[in-house]
Write a protein that binds this ligand. Structure first.
Ligand code: 5GP
Ligand code: MG
Length: 465
């Protein structure tokens, strides 16, 4: 998963993009990059491994990335080698019609086939990232107009993409026909802003820039699926190139990925999380002394669960904000050590008590197993768990970093044996129907839930797994 951001005709555009990316750091911490356009040309992009504050710590935005228009990216590698510098974004290319740079959130599902086709045709491919495919197919399209080049590339590619393309003319936003990944835009004075999540706009309130304050941000809207938005002048030109009868918004954005203060796919993330917790809390039968969250991702759901279940909510598990990420650490040992360093138990709250942990999801089971051991060592009498999503039984092809099926604990261990395997007294999951209820999508014509059902969206032909 990743985040993308763009600013068109906005003072100190690259610095504004930096602030937006920093607000979306939860979507990826492995790499960051920004490119700007100034005086009719694109500047060399600034890219690096690590978080936004690290990558841009010593960058003088005025001299390295001047101009009124810029795009940027934070990376959480789900496609391509995570250690390869060539896979960092923005990705740039020279075209006959002028330089171009692109940032992309989502995963293409036919990348392997298309890479192969291109290599067979003699193309030299720089990276192992699916994003590069856009540039190749744009260049090969025979079109001179950037929007037409993007449409031609989109026709060759399948899967999830929210993209921003920068040329000397301005910014072109393009979303895939199914809308797997969120993208929003807003007016900012005479200019425009784009971001994966609207929280990126909130942090710009009253931002003092070297060139004065930022104009106020208005007209925040979703960039719908199957759309190209061209901002090259005073007005945005919005073109719907495909309008399928269904959407495939990623349910995991609401469950785990997006920021709780954001609205994605037209719904408040916090409201969805509260509904997830409430629905499971209502049918709870476990008589626990207290409910605790696994901070921060399950906070809203756990609190709502406790209220609905009529059990006191306590902060029995605390987290350190100074540890790195545990989830994608290579190797099970490293992930376990990571969980140990990240979470600490408040002993006096759990000693002799029956504790009910509410978490958003179980993927490999690393977090749960470790937390259960820590709670028992701290004196908990019973340890129960409620998960506010259904069992993750299938990898994601569209950009959530759920590993191969053999690593997904709920796909390997039978439901009845899972609680014992994880060391729990009881384990309750949300059902798929309850998830749809919380998403207010009872007929499921809006959300993708393949990671819970193994049922692939009908349009998907060539999946890699
Ligand atoms: P597990 O430890 O079972 O492998 O993963 C579950 C935990 O990781 C949950 O606490 C959940 O909040 C978090 N999680 C779920 N999906 C992701 C993801 O894609 N990336 C990261 N970093 N964490 C995740
Ligand atoms: Mg978590």
């Amino acid at each position: 998963m990743c985040a993308i951001a763009g600013a068109f005709n906005v003072p100190n555009a690259s610095l504004v993009v930096r602030h937006m990316l920093f607000a979306m750091q939860h979507r990826g911490q492995d790499g960051a990059g920004i490119v700007s356009s100034h005086a009719g040309r694109l500047l060399p992009a600034v890219r690096g491994f690590g978080g936004v504050d690290h990558v841009f710590a010593d960058i003088d935005f005025d001299t390295r990335l001047p101009g009124l228009t810029a795009i940027g990216h934070v990376r959480y590698p789900t496609s391509g080698d995570p250690k390869s510098e060539a896979n960092l974004q923005p990705m740039e290319a020279r075209r006959r019609s002028g330089d171009v740079a692109i940032v992309h959130n989502g995963n293409l599902t036919n990348a392997r086939v298309r890479h192969h086709d291109l290599e067979e045709a003699g193309a030299i491919i720089r990276s192992t990232s699916d994003t590069e495919l856009f540039l190749h197919f744009m260049a090969r399209s025979g079109e001179s107009d950037t929007a037409n080049q993007l449409l031609a590339a989109g026709a060759k590619l399948e899967g999830a993409y929210a993209t921003l393309t920068l040329t000397q003319e301005g910014i072109f936003a393009m979303t895939d026909p199914w809308g797997f990944r969120p993208l929003v835009m807003a007016r900012c004075g005479d200019g425009y802003l784009f971001a994966s999540e609207p929280i990126a706009f909130d942090v710009l309130d009253e931002l003092e820039l070297p060139e004065g304050t930022l104009p106020s941000i208005t007209d925040v809207t979703t960039v719908p699926q199957g759309t190209i938005v061209r901002v090259t002048g005073g007005e945005a030109y919005v073109q719907t190139y495909m309008r399928p009868p269904l959407s495939r918004f990623c349910a995991f954005e609401h469950i785990y990925f997006a920021h709780p203060a954001s609205t994605v796919f037209g719904q408040s993330v916090n409201a969805v999380r509260e509904r997830l917790g409430k629905i499971l809390g209502w049918r709870n039968t476990v008589k626990a002394d207290l409910v605790t969250a696994v901070p921060d991702s399950s906070n809203a759901a756990a609190h709502a669960f406790a209220q609905a279940a009529g059990i006191p909510f306590r902060f029995a598990i605390t987290r350190s904000h100074y540890t790195g990420r545990t989830f994608i650490k290579p190797g099970q040992k490293a992930r376990q050590l990571g969980v140990r360093a990240k979470f600490q138990i408040v002993r006096e709250l759990v000693k002799g008590k029956s504790v009910l942990i509410v978490d958003d999801s179980i993927v490999r089971g690393t977090t749960t197993q470790k937390l259960v051991k820590m709670l028992r060592r701290a004196g908990a009498r019973e340890v129960h768990m409620a998960i506010v999503s259904p069992p993750v039984v299938h990898p994601c092809h569209w950009g959530i970093d759920t590993p191969e099926r053999k690593e997904l604990v709920a796909s390997q261990i039978e439901q009845g044996a899972l609680a014992a395997h994880l060391g729990l007294d009881t384990l309750t999951y949300l059902t798929h129907a309850e998830l749809l209820e919380a998403l207010e999508d009872p007929k499921q014509d809006r959300h993708c839930t393949t990671c819970f059902t193994r049922v692939k969206p009908i349009h998907c032909h060539k999946l890699p797994h």
